[in-house]
Design a protein around this ligand. Structure first.
Ligand SMILES: [Fe+2]
Length: 261
C-alpha cells in the first residue's frame, strides 16, 4: 500500500513530478492519497502527469485544504502557532478540486469524501471509510453500514482522512478501522533533532506527527490482542510554497507492507 500525501505541487517542480512518477516502480497493490496535492492554480495538469502511473493502480483519496484553496502569503512563523489556519474563504483562491476529484474517479480511484466504499485488491475485500478535510470542519462521518448488507467479510477496514484530528481518529477506531491513514502534519515540517516535531497543525500530539503508531494506544510495541487501530501519519512530500522549509524532517511517501493476521 503506497501512501502519498501533501505534495503541494507547483508546476515548476519537475524533479518532484518525476519522483512521484517513479513511485510506480514500487509496484503497490493500492495507492492512498491523503490530500493537499495542489499549491497553485495551474497545478492540476502537472499533478495528473505526476500521478499518471499511479492512477493505473487501484486507489483511494480524500482532499485537503490545499486542494480546495490556493495558499496565501503569510509569515512562515505562523506555522509555529497553535492554530496556523488563515481564513480560507476570505483570502484564498479556489483550486480545481472538483476537476481533480473527477480525474481521480475516472481513473478508478475511490472517492472517500465523507463516504464508505469497498475495493477488491488481490482478490480480497477492503472496506474503506473517509471524511472530507477536518481542518476545514468539512468532515461528516458516514452513517453506519446497514447490518447484513455485505456478502463477505472484509479482510481489512481502512480509514482515510487528510488531517488526523482526534475526533476523526476516535470515530474511525469506534467504527472498527484496522488502519487509518492521514497526512496534513508534514511531520512537523520544522523539527528539532532528538526532540522531533514542535507542532502538528491539528490537535494530535507531537509524538504522533508522523510515522506508524496506535490509536488510541501505542500499537507497534503492544503485545498481541491489542484492540488499538494502526495509525499511519505521512510526513508528506511538500511544503507550503510560502514556507518552503523542512528541517530534520525529510519529505516522504510510504510503502506499507501489510501481512495477514
Ligand atoms: Fe499539507
Amino acid at each position: 500500500m503506497l501512501h502519498v500525501s501533501d505534495l503541494h505541487l507547483i508546476p515548476s517542480q519537475r524533479r518532484k513530478i518525476e519522483w512521484v512518477r517513479s513511485l510506480a516502480e514500487l509496484e503497490p497493490d493500492l495507492v492512498v492519497d491523503t490530500g493537499d496535492n495542489l499549491a497553485h492554480v495551474d497545478s492540476l495538469a502537472p499533478l495528473l502527469h505526476a500521478l499518471e502511473p499511479l492512477l493505473a493502480v487501484p486507489g483511494a483519496f480524500v482532499m485537503g485544504s490545499n486542494d480546495y484553496y490556493a495558499p496565501v502569503p503569510k509569515n512562515p512563523a505562523r506555522y509555529l502557532l497553535p492554530d496556523a489556519r488563515v481564513p480560507f474563504a476570505s483570502e484564498a483562491r479556489l483550486l480545481p478540486a472538483g476537476e481533480l476529484a473527477t480525474a481521480m474517479r475516472d481513473a478508478g480511484w475511490v472517492d472517500l469524501t465523507n463516504r464508505r466504499d469497498a475495493l477488491r485488491v488481490g482478490g480480497v475485500r477492503l472496506d474503506l471509510i473517509g471524511v472530507d478535510d477536518p481542518h476545514l470542519d468539512r468532515d461528516v462521518f458516514p452513517a453506519p453500514e446497514p447490518a447484513g448488507s455485505a456478502t463477505d467479510e472484509p479482510v481489512l477496514r481502512v480509514g482515510v482522512t487528510h488531517a488526523p484530528y482526534r475526533r476523526v481518529l476516535d470515530s474511525m477506531h469506534d467504527d472498527g478501522a484496522d488502519l487509518v491513514l492521514a497526512g496534513h502534519t508534514h511531520g512537523g515540517q520544522l523539527c528539532v533533532p532528538g526532540l522531533g516535531a514542535l507542532v502538528t497543525n491539528c490537535d494530535i500530539d507531537r509524538r504522533r506527527a508522523k510515522g506508524l503508531h496506535g490509536w488510541p494506544g501505542a500499537r507497534p510495541d503492544a503485545p498481541g490482542g491489542d484492540a488499538s487501530t494502526w495509525l499511519h501519519v505521512s510526513a508528506g512530500a511538500g511544503t507550503s510554497p510560502y514556507a518552503q522549509v523542512r528541517f530534520a524532517c525529510r519529505p516522504e511517501a510510504t510503502l506499507l507492507t501489510l501481512t495477514a493476521r
